[in-house]
Design a protein around this ligand. Sequence first.
Ligand SMILES: [Zn+2]
Length: 301
Amino acid sequence: MFFGGALSPMASPQALQQTRSAFRKVPADDVFLLDTAAHPSQFCRVVEGRLSDLWYAELFVERPSFDPEGVAIPQTRNYEVPRTRRRLYSDFCPPAEIRDIHISVGLDRGGDPSSVKVVIGFRNQEHPNRLGNTLLMGVRPESKETYLEVAAMLAPLVAQLHQLSLTGVVVGPQRRAVRVFINSDYPSVCSTTGHKGHSASLPCPMCLGTKSPRDAQWLLHALFGIVQDLSRTHPPRTVSHIKEMRSAYESVETPDGLGLATHLPIEPPPVIIVPPTQSCPFLFICLLGLRCGCCGLLLRL
Ligand SMILES: [Zn+2]
């Protein structure tokens, strides 16, 4: 009776079965194959579905931005799709006062047989890195994971992320902006941001810290001092510099032509442009032995 009695299709087991089978045909789990990898075809729908599940299960966790003093900035406005159908921000970094969702993009290697996976994480929940809380976005056989391979593998995802960033995501009663983080190991972060890697003179993809000396040299430096002051805070990298490099390389500039002081070891075009503060490389600090502004605290710990 709640559903309108015998006249309602909701009351009919047959109608329920038909509805269920129709839902199964919704292409949320479909994949399309490219030379580079296999990818799900309905990325926006899958993301919205995952976040809606979290919202209605009351597991959705708000993630505000913080000002330089460490105070949370309240999110007071909903996202509105621009009438021009052009994105208001091209770096996946919406204004702090707009309600947003946090997505991380990472590459993961391993398994049997070994493969490289593109993994999406949803940061608006507890334990976002737990396997069941992530989403497999692409998979290809194991390789050396060169810049060109990573760029080709991520290209379809980047296009979908741009679309998602334009439309925003409806979660519960609100439309929210999309903030993207790069959440990978050091080589993958370098490949995604166009950074040259550990051999560069400025090896950190987040700040402009220089290489640290070896232990013996460090001791000598501590005893006798050095010309270069390694204890100073190095300036962070900026998203405007990464955008500048993308357009420079798209207009066929070369790193040598630009000079070290300009390219700052961003040597191929960045695949995904996000502020360096939204890059979260794993363990590279320990591997590189860097001593720089953004890593100093962790080194002391
Ligand atoms: Zn750093």
